[in-house]
Design a protein around this ligand. Structure first.
Ligand code: PLP
Length: 415
């Protein structure tokens, strides 16, 4: 695995309080030894556990109806089939295992919608580590099933009541815990965000997605795909799907962000009705790194929005921000309505119910020009939609989704 520069152009870095520096330095050193240099066979054990516990490799599957619809070979990288139902386990398993190699005795993590908390709780149970998850109070109430999943896997769930009681506050609270417990504790961050070495380390753990996809594409189709498409919240499935293609100039990379209900920041309410930090954000520092952010003119981070909670974050990974500035990755947006259409399209035409996050990537195929897609496109199916069924029923009823089935028959039984 590859070495770790602490900055990506102007982005990244380590903007953390003095109290966290020892922890960050210890982690950077451990990342170098175990992950980059494979000391004590860390990488071998990681890969073995990804296979036996996680179920890797995940398939690269041709989507026949979508291929016909868009006149190009559409191949789906099926991270929805990874244990837990999303790509998040790749990272959680890597970090909990690394914590074990570092001699840590306790795991903490933040979670927004509960997907990363669930993946971390599963990995911690699998590796026999005590685990505490910080989660905003508002999110706890919105995401009951994931709270139960974490508790069932033996994790403690600590409610965070500061601010809006969502992901941003949960991250701050977890960093606070970590600053005072660093001797014994590792903080498993959930995406390619945070201070160095987190963005690089999480990208390395997730790059198994493109490593497999590259090999599978060559075996099944031959050569390289013309384009790769992935949704971007913090950007971990995105960087994972892109990593092994970044140096292949012939492969176009598209990061699909949540356009929400509209783009831009409403300066009056201080709310961005979207989560499009790559497409519309400006430079600033959040959670230990310089990156593109949704902020107002005074540099205050604003509230973001997306129909999919996993994309609802005001920041984005610094490496992805850098690749966008370099022109290597093209950011695009898909709004809430189109994402719901994408959700129903993949469900009906391919028999795969995607996560609402993933539905953004699927939906963008409608907007893409034939030149953008080329002759073959790999779409990262970052997760399955079981977690979203209730909100899909609700959201589909609340708006006109032209390709949705009649939802009346479901609503009685689902609420
Ligand atoms: C969390 C999540 C995302 C967004 O996170 P990234 O770090 O941007 O990948 C996307 N898809 C699914 C299924 C998720 O659970």
């Amino acid at each position: 695995m590859s070495d770790a520069p602490s900055k990506f152009g102007e982005y990244g870095g380590q903007y953390v309080p003095e109290a966290l520096m020892p922890a960050i330095e210890e982690l950077d050193d451990a990342y170098q030894r175990y992950v980059v240099e494979n000391e004590d066979g860390f990488v071998d054990e990681f890969r073995e556990r990804l296979r036996d516990f996680g179920g890797r490799p995940t398939p690269l599957q041709r989507a026949d109806r979508l291929s016909e619809r868009y006149g190009t070979d559409v191949l789906l990288k099926r991270e929805d089939l990874l244990h837990g139902g999303a790509h998040k386990l790749n990272n959680a398993l890597g970090q909990v295992l690394l914590a074990k190699y570092m001699g840590k005795e306790r795991i903490v993590a933040e979670t927004g919608a509960g997907q990363h908390g669930t993946a971390t709780a599963m990995a911690a149970a699998h590796l026999d580590m005590p685990c505490e998850i910080y989660m905003g109070e508002r999110d706890i109430n919105r995401q009951r099933p994931n709270v139960f999943r974490m508790r069932l896997n033996g994790a403690e769930v600590n409610p965070v009541s500061t601010g809006r009681g969502t992901l941003k506050e949960a991250i701050s609270e977890t960093m606070r815990d970590w600053a005072t417990t660093v001797e014994t504790t590792h903080y498993v961050i959930g995406s390619v965000v945070g201070p160095h070495p987190f963005p690089t380390m999480v990208r390395e753990f997730q790059s198994v997605i493109s490593e497999e996809a590259r090999r599978q594409f060559d075996e099944q189709v031959g050569g390289l795909p013309d384009s790769v498409v992935a949704c971007a919240g913090g950007g971990s499935n995105t960087m994972g799907a892109f990593a092994e293609f970044v140096s292949d100039d012939s492969v176009d990379l598209y990061a699909v962000e949540a356009g929400g209900s509209s783009l831009g920041v409403d300066e009056e309410t201080g709310v961005a009705p979207n989560s499009a930090s790559l497409s519309t954000g400006t430079e600033g520092v959040l959670h230990g790194a310089r990156t593109k952010l949704l902020q107002d003119r005074d540099g205050q981070i604003v509230e973001s929005h997306s129909v999919s909670s996993g994309l609802d974050y005001a920041g984005v990974g610094p490496e992805l921000a850098y690749l966008v500035d370099e022109g290597r990755v093209t950011p695009v947006t898909v709004d809430d309505d189109a994402a719901l259409e994408g959700f129903h399209r993949l469900s009906q035409t391919e028999g795969i119910i995607p996560a609402l996050e993933t539905a953004h990537a699927v939906a963008w195929l409608e907007d893409a020009t034939p030149e953008q897609l080329g002759d073959s496109v790999v779409v990262c199916v970052s997760g399955r939609g079981d977690k979203d069924l209730e909100s899909v029923v609700e959201e589909t009823e609340n708006r006109e989704v032209p390709n949705a089935p009649d939802m009346d028959v479901f609503s009685g039984g689902m609420r």
